[in-house]
Design a protein around this ligand. Structure first.
Ligand SMILES: *Cc1c(COP(=O)(O)O)cnc(C)c1O
Length: 482
């Protein structure tokens, strides 16, 4: 493919702009004026359209293929949700913040308020802030809320630690550390969850919070979760729920009912809004009543007449954690998603997600090692250790899948599984899609035994082969895709 710069022809153009009525050199200081014209490609509209269309076809997306990336819940993002978000487009985010502006955006504020109420209901919390812009941002907001709670009770200097299991997502200890805590990591037991005896030993009155993902990153629901939260509370520690895996239990268990005090929800995972290359995420945070005074401001509240108002509660609040009300369009899509599915629909989502993951687990466990062989929730974690006997690593299986037209599952995470292959199909995939994927996974396992070189050489169908992934992130050179 020719680069757009290489197609440039002097004087060729795609559009004719109206003659500028801005005075030349309008009020700009001399040192800011451009001395030479910018070296932009000069191409026709058609050249440009072809360039971007061809580039977009090199992008892998959910709209084209199966995307079983574990822990990321890559479910189909229904197009009707985009239409719903577009309804709100006429409202400028400043409207509500201008004097008297609240009156003009009752619908937008009402949507955010209702979404908060619905998320609170789904998670068993008392109030939700929509400000955090992603899951990790929600974690940081949540831990700051917990810190504010302890400080308000005079325990600021006493509380020093946050406890996490060793299966946790890296953002958990990172968020707690940014908020000023030291981390205590508890190992996973043979039953695939935080070792309850080691947890009891790790707990003390200096622990501020216990951060858990339930089901955890092995896709397993913790049978001791109520006991764990009771122990945490007995030490005046709060329970933080990483909601990245909410898709497994939505409508079945409310985290608030098993003792969690603060949660974040990844709307871009569970609630059907795009993420990754598809758009920004959102990580609303829900809290139990005791933590409401510390929530970011302004809070949206409803008065007796049913009007939505902004409450600036200066004292106690941890302050703003994002501009305006967070990623508004993501909220609009999640709101439409919940309304569209309703209570029964959301229950069906989690049931189907769990069924799909177990189907894959059962069909593949004869071919790949399953270190924690039990009923899983929405995702299952294999190890490529059998393949390693033939010199084939998880990364080789992943690259082979690319040649077969699939986005690979998550590999090498969670860290506690050697050669991890973490598969999350989500509920939106049909049995036919799952079967086709399973067949390719079986083919990879067979090929590892008969022709491992083929897996080492993969991918061969992509514009570039294996990249030095660290170097590629640090020294981006997008021209190499040409
Ligand atoms: C995705 C994920 C996060 C972080 O969420 P972001 O929205 O990507 O910041 C945290 N924990 C787990 C288990 C996750 O899967």
């Amino acid at each position: 493919m020719q680069l757009i710069y290489e197609q440039s022809v002097n004087g060729r153009r795609g559009v004719r702009l109206p003659v500028s009525d801005v005075p030349a050199a309008a009020e700009l200081p001399e040192n800011l004026l451009r001395r030479q014209s910018a070296a932009l490609p000069e191409v026709s509209e058609l050249d440009l359209v072809r360039h971007f269309t061809n580039l977009s076809r090199r992008n892998y997306s959910l709209d084209t293929n199966f995307y079983p990336l574990g822990s990321c819940t890559m479910k189909y993002n229904a197009k009707v949700l985009e239409n719903a978000a577009a309804l709100f487009a006429p409202f400028h985010p400043m409207t509500a913040l201008l004097p008297g502006g609240v009156e003009f955006c009752q619908g937008s504020l009402g949507m955010l308020y209702d979404l908060g109420q619905m998320l609170a209901d789904i998670t068993g919390m008392d109030e939700v802030t929509t400000q955090p812009l992603a899951g990790a941002h929600g974690e940081m907001t949540g831990i700051l809320l917990i810190a504010a709670y302890h400080a308000a009770r005079g325990n600021k200097s006493k509380k020093k630690y946050v406890v996490v299991p060793d299966s946790s997502h890296g953002t958990n200890p990172a968020s707690a550390s940014i908020a000023g805590y030291e981390i205590i990591t508890v190992p996973t037991a043979s039953y695939g969850d935080m070792d309850i005896e080691l947890f009891k030993k790790a707990m003390n009155d200096e622990v501020a919070a216990v951060m858990m993902t339930c089901p955890n990153t092995l896709g397993l629901f913790n049978p001791h979760i109520k006991e764990i939260s009771d122990i945490a509370h007995s030490h005046d520690a709060l329970m933080y729920y990483d909601g990245a895996n909410l898709n497994a239990i939505m409508g079945k268990v409310k985290p608030g009912d098993v003792g969690f005090d603060v949660i974040h929800v990844n709307l871009h995972k569970t609630f059907g809004t795009p993420h990754g290359g598809g758009g920004p995420g959102a990580g609303p945070v829900g809290v139990k009543r005791e933590l409401i005074p510390f929530l970011p401001q302004p809070r949206i509240v409803m008065n007796d007449a049913g009007q939505f108002l902004l409450e600036d509660q200066k004292a106690g609040s941890i302050g703003r954690t994002a501009n305006f009300f967070g990623n508004f369009s993501v909220m609009a899509k999640a709101y439409a998603y919940i309304i569209m599915l309703g209570r029964e629909g959301l229950i069906q989502v989690s049931e189907q997600a769990v069924l799909n993951a177990n189907y894959i687990k059962e069909r593949l466990k004869a071919y790949y090692d399953l270190p924690y062989d039990m009923t899983c929730m929405h995702e299952c974690v294999f190890s490529a250790s059998k393949q390693l006997e033939h010199g084939v690593h998880a990364i080789d299986v992943a690259k082979f899948l690319i040649d077969k037209g699939y986005h690979p599952p998550t590999v090498y995470f969670p860290l506690i599984v050697k050669e991890a292959i973490m598969i999350e199909p989500t509920e939106t995939e049909s049995k036919a899609t799952l079967d086709a994927f399973i067949d390719v996974m079986i083919e990879a396992a067979m090929t590892a035994e008969t022709n491992p070189q083929l897996l080492h050489d993969a991918p061969v169908t992509t514009p570039v082969g294996r990249l030095d992934e660290t170097k590629a992130a640090r020294e981006q050179n997008v021209c190499c895709i040409g």
